[in-house]
Ligand binder design. Structure first.
Ligand code: SF4
Ligand code: SF4
Ligand code: SF4
Ligand code: FES
Length: 859
């Protein structure tokens, strides 16, 4: 125990920390400028100078470590004089433009000058002049205001790992500039903005639209984009979101955000938001009243159910809606419509992959704390780029690398390029051999422990030498051997698994191999999740075969429990998956579909065929915030509220339940409320006061969420396995499928999962559109040469399922065996070019077998 005295207060410390940290732990504030809790210590501004007995000079509290018996004073006349001097020096060049600076009111320099002075400047010479830079679409730089604390540079380099900015020039001419010149051309996380103490770098999105003291609300909520579940604070003035900032100390993101969380909020105020229900009359969607729309939906669904039976009706739930919305939705489908035909876009990967892994290791196998990744000693990344899919999780892998952990990437993982000393870049379609090779080598090294006989039976005959691996999939033998050594010797290894593997031919077999690697090295599995509430949606029972809490609908014991709670009879047959629903709609056996908060006509592969199937329905209801591609096909469109306009909960990929809180108002109804109204009109009462009321029912009926309250969530204690009953005992045989062979030597289409976009939501955020404005097809330099194509040329990309005209970007990260396209831009979705087959074990679509022809279009 170390005892020190600061300002006559005795402080006891368990371990040595800096004087600054010791003071803060005791509630004593020492002023700082270059120090920031997220950053490495710099010791440059000297604002934190303190007096230490028996030390000859003033000391910087942020760099000085405590010693037993130390006596420190933080506020003396001498210290105040020195601080005043430092501030006066900073003000030599800093303009006194607080009246027009957006930072005024929350500026650390302004606050310090207000406290210590100088009240009057003595400097008469001309100040440094640097024109304000508006070259970047999102970040405005005013380098006259920069005090060279280097917080932004340290954030960008040491935390974000992007190394996109630096201090250039010397002395009074120093300022911060992006390496790329005037525009940032970086990852646009905005984390440099979050740590700048003054108004030198700021977001352009809210420029001059409010002063901090004019805010009428600061609402803590969860990001609407991906499954990481970062905490955001929405700052509101006049019922409009002015700015999004991260929350320091938040359990998942601790003050960090990515581009989508930071800049992707403007869709909330988009003028094209749906405001009134629409009903199709004579082929055209026309405005209608809520009463008309709800009555029509209730009557028509009832009529179709009565005439064609419950199996003729299907519902698609949403990984962007809250747990409460999804719970009410599946209850409505099961109770009011009598069907288990409930599924979601989670079926495209996450749902099946999680079930597959849990079948091997038991429920909760993927419920691993995201921040724990930074403490792993080896991380194997397979099937996607975490820095694009789940960027704040990706930062934990970068942090792991910085701490000396080994990062091994299988495939092209661009975001970890500079953090991945070991790349196992297998040639296209040879990932299986690579994974088999790892299993084989790890088996030899570690042996089989016998603790999971089922899994061991599946892998016992896998034997492939490192020479064969190197030969057959083109990876370097030395890298392969080194990877095996690192993985087998790791004390705390982790595997990060992306959807690309799940959605490839033989996806379930690759999952089996990944699970086997995990078993052999005794690691933790992280399953990347592209949507904010993919996990929660599954927990709520939005699956054709499971009730809330993952209880199989086919088991009478579980069904009965829900029947008695819901006072209804539940269909005992599992329903159709989303892909089976589409097939059934095409064939005419599904006649009505209710889509809540998703866009299957765009977000599912072979989207042209999906559109045709939806057109074949007798009745399509779409509930959303925009008139999406699917909405345009609907008979009734119901306008819902966005994530910023409602309360509820999301469950993130580590299975932490977190609260969404309403920040702004808008006319309209929450998804759960619309569904309840329709149900009421059908004579089935789903009566809830608010989301807390719904959550109370969830925690009463779902064994998984049993006993949980909003209070538990607020306290941060709603982390898996909660206090309920996970379902550990129902594992079955492992069924993995190796998939069909893929023709080598042909150009295939591959889905790009970009950092700046997410589904069809981000395209409504002007800031994200500014940094990633349009769909392009990315091709390798070799392909470009072979086809005589140059950057910017327009090409026609054709596959068996469709064709698209797009501009080309030549990208050296792209292999010559494929071309890459995103699925985010109106009318230009990669899924229109992708046919699929279903992996029988995971139910996920395999989309990697689509040959493409690329032809230059003469303009
Ligand atoms: S926005 Fe992010 S990546 Fe870009 S300069 Fe700032 S910290 Fe670096
Ligand atoms: S831009 Fe801001 S954070 Fe960066 S060095 Fe200047 S004052 Fe510090
Ligand atoms: S990492 Fe995911 S949850 Fe976090 S800010 Fe980015 S998109 Fe939002
Ligand atoms: S805060 Fe200690 S030197 Fe800057």
């Amino acid at each position: 125990m170390i005892t020190i005295t600061i300002n006559n207060k005795e402080i006891k410390l368990e371990k040595p920390v800096t004087v600054l940290e010791a003071a803060r732990s005791a509630g004593i504030k020492i002023p700082t400028l270059c120090w920031h809790e997220q950053l490495e210590i710099y010791g440059g501004c000297r604002l934190c100078l303190v007096e230490v007995e028996k030390m000859p000079r003033l000391q910087t509290a942020c760099t000085l470590m405590v010693a037993d018996g130390m006596v420190v004073r933080t506020e003396t006349e001498q210290i105040a004089d020195v601080r005043r001097g430092i501030l006066e020096f900073l003000l030599i060049n800093h303009p006194l433009d607080c009246p027009v600076c957006d930072k005024a009111g929350e500026c650390e320099l302004q606050d310090l000058v207000e406290k210590y002075g100088p009240a009057k400047g003595r400097y008469k010479e001309k100040k440094r002049k640097v024109p304000e830079s508006f070259e970047d679409p999102l970040i405005v730089r005013n380098m006259e205001r920069c005090i060279i604390c280097t917080r932004c540079v340290r954030m960008c380099e040491n935390v974000q790992g992007a190394s996109a900015i630096a201090v250039i020039n010397r002395g009074g001419h120093s300022h911060v500039e992006p390496f790329s010149g005037k525009r940032y051309d970086c990852e646009y996380c905005g984390n440099c903005i979050s740590v700048c103490p003054v108004g030198a770098i700021m977001s352009r999105l809210h420029r001059h639209s409010y002063r901090p003291w004019q805010l009428t609300g600061k609402t803590e909520t969860i990001c609407p984009y991906c499954g990481v579940g970062c905490t955001l604070v929405l700052q509101v003035r006049d019922d409009s979101i002015k700015r999004v900032i991260p929350k320091m100390g938040a359990p998942v993101n601790n003050g960090l955000l990515c581009s989508r969380g930071k800049f992707g909020y403007e869709f909330v105020a988009d003028k094209e938001r749906l405001t009134t229900p629409l009903i199709r009359k004579n082929g055209i969607l026309k405005k209608a009243t809520w009463e008309e729309a709800i009555t029509l939906v209730a009557d028509t669904l009832k009529e179709i159910k009565d005439k064609s039976g419950s199996p003729a009706v299907a519902g698609i739930a949403s990984p962007r809606c809250t747990n409460e919305d999804n719970y009410v939705f599946q209850k409505f489908m099961r109770v009011a419509l009598g069907t288990n035909n409930i599924d979601s876009s989670a079926r495209t990967g996450y749902a099946g992959a999680q079930r597959f892994i849990e079948n091997i290791f038991g429920e909760g196998a993927t419920a691993n704390i995201i921040s724990g990744l930074s403490n792993a000693d080896s991380v194997l990344v397979i099937g996607g780029d975490p820095m694009a899919i789940n960027p704040v999780l990706g930062l934990q892998i970068r942090a792991c690398s910085r701490k000396g952990g080994s990062i091994i990437t299988a495939g092209n993982v661009k975001g970890l390029k500079y953090f991945s000393p070991l790349k196992l870049q297998a040639e296209l379609h040879s990932e299986t051999i690579l994974l088999e090779g790892l299993v084989s080598a790890l088996k030899d090294k570690k042996g089989l422990s016998g603790s999971n006989k089922k899994l061991e039976a599946e892998i016992k005959d896998i034997n492939i030498s490192s020479e064969d691996v190197a030969k057959k999939c083109g990876v370097k033998k030395e890298s392969f051997i080194k990877s095996v050594e690192l993985l087998s010797g790791a004390a705390a290894p982790a595997i990060v698994l992306g959807k690309e593997t799940v959605q490839s031919s033989g996806g379930s077999y690759k999952l089996l191999l990944a699970a086997a690697i995990n078993y052999l090295i005794n690691g933790r599995i992280y399953l990347l999740s592209e949507r904010a509430n993919e996990q929660g949606l599954l927990d709520m029972g939005c699956m054709p075969d499971s009730l809330p809490g993952h209880r199989p609908v086919a088991l009478a014991e579980f069904r009965r429990r829900y029947e008695s709670e819901w006072n209804a009879v539940i269909n005992d047959k599992a329903g159709l998956s989303i892909f089976e629903m589409i097939d059934a709609a095409a064939k005419g056996s599904i006649k009505a579909m209710y889509v809540m908060g998703d866009n299957p006509a765009y977000n599912l592969p072979d989207s042209n065929a999906v559109e045709a199937a939806l057109n074949n329905l007798d009745f399509l209801v779409v509930q959303d915030i925009f008139l999406t591609e699917t909405g345009r096909l609907a008979d009734v469109v119901l306008p819902a509220l966005s994530w910023a306009e409602k309360d509820g909960t999301f469950t993130n990929m580590e299975r932490r339940i977190q609260r969404l809180r309403k920040a702004v108002n808008r006319e309209g109804m929450e998804d759960w409320k619309i569904v309840s109204e329709i149900s009421k009109n059908m004579g089935v009462s789903l009566n809830y006061r608010d989301t807390e009321d719904i959550f109370k029912e969830i925690s009463k009926v779902s064994p998984l969420y049993r006993g949980l309250t909003y209070e538990d969530i607020d306290k941060g204690s709603a982390v898996y396995p909660y206090k309920g009953e996970p379902l550990r005992s129902l594992t079955g045989d492992i069924q993995a499928h190796k998939g069909a062979g893929i023709v080598h030597g042909k150009l295939h289409v591959r889905l790009e999962r970009p950092l700046f976009h997410s589904g069809t939501l981000s395209r409504r955020s002007p800031a994200l559109i500014k940094i990633s404005p349009e769909a392009v097809v990315k091709i390798s330099p070799d392909t470009a040469r072979a086809l005589s194509i140059e950057n910017g040329n327009i090409v026609m990309v054709s596959t068996k399922t469709g064709s698209l005209k797009l501009p080309v970007t030549i990208d050296k990260e792209v292999d010559s065996s494929y071309i890459m396209l995103t699925n985010n831009f109106e009318g230009k979705g990669a899924f229109s070019l992708m046919g699929y087959s279903i992996d029988p074990a995971t139910g996920a679509p395999c989309i990697d077998n689509n040959e493409a022809i690329v032809e230059r279009v003469k303009v």
